[in-house]
Design a binder for this molecule. Structure first.
Ligand SMILES: Cc1cc2nc3c(=O)[nH]c(=O)nc-3n(C[C@H](O)[C@H](O)[C@H](O)COP(=O)(O)OP(=O)(O)OC[C@H]3O[C@@H](n4cnc5c(N)ncnc54)[C@H](O)[C@@H]3O)c2cc1C
Length: 406
C-alpha cells in the first residue's frame, strides 16, 4: 500500500469540505488532500435548492438554527457569515441575488455553478482531490493521523471530518461519518430526519393530490401549538410537502398533529359572512358549492366531507363548521419519509465536544465541520451557510496552527 504525507486531510468533498480546502489554500496552507467517495465533489451541493442552489439567506441569524449549543453556532457565523461568503464567491467570479424571502441564489439559478466556482478554485490553488476513494477508518498514532481508504493509506498533521450526516444518503452521506467520529471517542446525539415530507392519514387528504396552497400550518402537541409557519403547502399521494411543511418537520415529535389554516388572511367571521351571502342568493346551495370563489374546489369538497362526518345530521352542515374547517383543518401525522428524503440531519456530534474553532476537545488537531455536527438550520439557505461558515472557521484555525509551528 502507498503511504502519502499531507499537512491536512479532509474526509468528504461536500459543501463544507471543499470550502474548507479552498479557504486553507488561500491562506497559504499546502499539501491539502480531499478524499471523496463519489466520482466528483459537491454532488449534494449541486442538487440544492431544487437545483438552483440556495446558498444563504439575507436574514442570516442564529435564530434560524437548532443545536445543543447555539452560542458556538453564533460565534462561527459571526466569524464567517453571509457577507464573507458572498465576497468570497464574488471574487471567484460568481454573481448572486436574493428573492423576496431573502433566499440567496447564484444568478445562473444553477447550483452546479457554485460547485464549479469552488471546483475550479481548488484546481487553481493546487488542492489534491482523490475522488472515488472511500475512507474506511481513521485514527491518531504518534501525533499524526492515519487515514485508511479502500486504495491507500494517508498520514496528516491535521484531520477534518466533513462527511455530512445521514440525510439523502444517495449523495454519499450515509452516516458512516458518525462511526469515524465515534472511533475518536466522540458521541452522537439522537439523529432525526429534518426538512422532510410528512406522511398523513390517506383519507384526510383524499382528492387533494397535486394541489398547492399558500396557507398557515401549525404543529400541535397535546393541544398546544409548538410552531406555526405560513408558506407553501403541497398535497402529495402520501401526505404533505412544500416549504411550510419542510420547515415544520424540523420540530416533529411522536404524537404531534397538524392544523391547516387555508385562508390565513381572513377571519372565520369573514369567511362565514361570504358563505351566508351565497346562501341568501341560493338557499338550496349545497355545502361544497358554498366554497366556490373562496377556496380551491377540491379542498372545498374535502372540507364539506370533513364537516359532514363531524355533524349529527350530515345533510345539514352548518356554515360555522365549514368556516371553522377552513381555518383549522386537522391532519394526523404518520411519520416522515425519513432520511432517504430528508434534506438535513437533526443531531450529530454535540458541540460541547469541540472547542470554539470546532476542534475536538479530546483529540488535538481533529476538526469537524458541516452537517456531521449537531447543527441544523431551517429551510432557506441556512444549512449551506453553516457548511461554508464552519469550513472557513476551521480553515483559519488550522492555518493558524500550521504557521505557529513553523
Ligand atoms: C435535495 C437537497 C436539497 C438541499 N437544498 C438546500 C438548499 O437549497 N440550501 C441549503 O442551505 N441547504 C440545502 N440542503 C442541505 C445541504 O445540502 C447540506 O446541509 C450540506 O450539503 C451539508 O454539507 P456537508 O459538507 O456537511 O455534507 P455533504 O454535502 O453531505 O458532503 C459530505 C461528503 O462526504 C462524502 N463522504 C461521506 N463519507 C465518506 C467517506 N467515508 N469517505 C469519503 N467520502 C465520504 C460524501 O460522499 C459527501 O460528498 C439540501 C439538501 C438536499 C439533500
Amino acid at each position: 500500500m502507498v503511504v502519502n504525507e499531507h499537512s491536512v486531510v479532509i474526509i468528504g468533498g461536500g459543501a463544507s469540505g471543499i470550502f474548507c480546502a479552498f479557504q486553507l489554500a488561500v491562506q497559504g496552507v499546502q499539501d491539502i488532500l480531499i478524499l471523496e467517495r463519489n466520482e466528483r465533489v459537491g454532488r449534494k451541493l449541486s442538487a440544492t435548492g431544487n437545483g438552483q442552489g440556495n446558498i444563504s439567506n439575507e436574514n442570516m441569524s442564529v435564530k434560524h438554527f437548532f443545536s445543543s449549543d447555539l452560542k458556538t453556532v453564533e460565534s462561527v457565523l459571526a466569524r464567517f457569515g453571509k457577507n464573507d461568503l458572498l465576497v468570497c464567491l464574488r471574487r471567484l467570479g460568481g454573481l448572486f441575488s436574493s428573492d423576496s424571502s431573502g433566499r440567496i441564489y447564484p444568478t445562473s439559478k444553477q447550483a452546479t455553478s457554485v460547485t464549479d466556482l469552488l471546483r475550479f478554485a481548488l484546481h487553481r490553488e493546487g488542492v489534491t482531490l482523490h475522488t472515488g476513494e472511500y475512507v474506511r477508518f481513521a485514527k491518531k498514532e504518534n501525533h499524526r493521523f492515519v487515514v485508511q481508504t479502500d486504495k491507500a493509506t494517508y498520514h496528516s498533521r491535521c484531520l477534518v471530518l466533513a462527511t455530512g450526516g445521514k440525510a439523502a444518503p444517495h449523495f454519499g452521506s450515509d452516516g458512516n461519518g458518525y462511526i469515524l467520529a465515534k472511533n475518536f471517542g466522540h458521541t452522537i446525539t439522537e439523529l432525526r430526519p429534518s426538512l422532510v415530507q410528512i406522511k398523513t392519514l390517506p383519507e384526510e387528504i383524499k382528492g387533494l393530490k397535486g394541489i398547492r396552497v399558500e396557507g398557515r400550518v401549525s404543529l400541535l402537541r397535546r393541544g398546544k401549538c409548538v410552531v406555526a409557519v405560513t408558506g407553501d403547502i403541497l398535497f402529495t399521494d402520501f401526505g404533505l410537502s412544500g416549504d411550510a411543511i419542510f420547515r415544520l418537520s424540523a420540530f416533529l415529535q411522536e404524537g404531534d398533529y397538524l392544523s391547516i389554516d387555508f385562508l390565513p388572511a381572513f377571519s372565520m367571521e369573514e369567511i362565514a359572512n361570504a358563505m351566508h351571502a351565497k346562501q341568501r342568493l341560493d338557499p338550496d346551495i349545497n355545502a361544497e358549492d358554498l366554497f366556490r370563489g373562496i377556496i380551491n374546489s377540491s379542498i372545498g369538497k374535502c372540507m364539506a366531507k370533513y364537516c359532514a362526518n363531524k355533524q349529527k345530521n350530515p345533510k345539514v352542515v352548518s356554515i360555522e363548521c365549514l368556516a371553522y374547517a377552513i381555518k383549522n383543518y386537522s391532519i394526523t401525522i404518520r411519520g416522515t419519509l425519513g432520511f432517504v428524503s430528508a434534506q438535513v440531519t437533526k443531531g450529530g456530534v454535540p458541540l460541547f465536544e469541540v472547542d470554539n474553532n470546532l476542534m475536538s476537545k479530546s483529540v488535538d488537531r481533529l476538526f469537524m465541520i458541516g452537517e456531521l455536527l449537531d447543527v441544523d438550520g431551517e429551510c432557506g439557505g441556512y444549512n449551506l451557510q453553516w457548511a461554508f461558515s464552519s469550513g472557513a472557521v476551521v480553515a483559519k484555525a488550522i492555518a493558524g496552527r500550521i504557521y505557529e509551528n513553523r
